[in-house]
Design a protein around this ligand. Structure first.
Ligand code: PLP
Length: 284
């Protein structure tokens, strides 16, 4: 039992302690990984980029042929009940297709979705930089959907952990696509490059925010494919995600990236990103 077990979570219209939240083994999320999710960071009690996260959720649901189970206002009411205090935390929400009468791949015609949400503290982030490896992208072709079916991502991340690293950078057709649970930025000839949105990667909310901050601050950016050789030669390589923000990669496949420390552009972006978060923390 941990302190987390007592925290209040949302499950199908009710707020219950985490250790009392139960779903059926016939839930298609459990049997097939048939569902989608979101992770939304919260600073000073305020969700970061809530509208963008909600839009992505709707897109993910549409992608798996589901309707939004709650309205935007209903979600907001759930979140405000789950968010406790002003420390950094994140909302995890998951919608599965629901409990089916029998285990059959085909989608049952009438089925109530299972809707779950919880809020957990965000762990302090390492800022000394991370080590990463490159691996073949073994995932499916609909990576733009934030599906709970994460077996490939789990195995890809574990490949990094097995080699004493934090993240895997996924390679598809000789291009670097994204991390196992993060988006990718590489500095190439003074321009910050990130792969364009497509079915090959998750449209990261942090990715979009980093692009926006770069544009507002005169940092040259471009959305285009990144070749494996550009990745390996990049003086700066970053991986972004909602809860891990902007991670500078200082070692890639055992070789030093740039000077082997977080680079000057990362230092600048990190300061700008922290300023952006600070605005949320300020009482309005
Ligand atoms: C595969 C993948 N790409 C990118 C991201 C980053 O997305 P976001 O910035 O919205 O957290 C994630 C986040 O979990 C992810 O799982």
């Amino acid at each position: 039992m941990t302190a987390l077990d007592d925290s209040i979570v949302y499950l199908n219209g009710e707020f219950v302690p985490l250790n009392e939240a139960k779903i059926s083994v016939m839930d298609r999320g459990f049997l097939f990984g048939d569902g989608v999710y979101e992770v939304i960071p919260v600073y000073g009690g305020r969700p970061l980029r809530l509208d963008e996260h909600m839009t992505r959720l709707e897109n993910s649901l549409r992608g798996i042929r589901m309707e939004p189970p709650l309205s935007t206002g209903e979600w907001a009411a759930v979140f405000s009940r789950l968010i406790q205090g002003s420390h950094d935390q994140s909302i995890y929400l998951q919608v599965t297709r629901g409990v089916a009468p029998k285990r059959d791949h085909a989608i049952p015609p009438e089925i109530e979705p299972t809707v779950f949400a919880m809020c957990t503290p965000i762990a302090p982030l390492p800022i000394e930089g991370i080590k990463a490896i490159t691996v073949d992208d073994i995932r499916w072709q609909w990576c733009h959907i934030k599906a709970i079916t994460l077996l490939a991502n789990v195995l890809l991340r574990q490949a990094a952990v097995d080699r004493g690293c934090t993240e895997s950078i996924l390679i598809r057709d000789a291009s670097a696509v994204e991390g196992a649970a993060s988006n990718l930025f590489v500095l190439v000839d003074g321009v910050l490059i990130t792969p364009p949105k497509s079915n090959e990667l998750l449209p990261g909310i942090t990715r979009d925010l980093v692009l926006e901050i770069a544009l507002q601050n005169g940092i040259a950016v471009q959305e285009r494919k990144i070749t494996l050789s550009e990745l390996k030669a990049g003086p700066e390589v970053w991986l972004t995600s909602s809860t891990r923000e902007i991670m500078p990669v200082i070692e890639l496949d055992g070789a030093q990236v740039g000077e082997g420390v977080p680079g000057p552009l990362w230092q600048r972006m990190q300061a700008l990103y922290q300023d952006y978060k600070e605005i949320l923390r300020r009482p309005s």
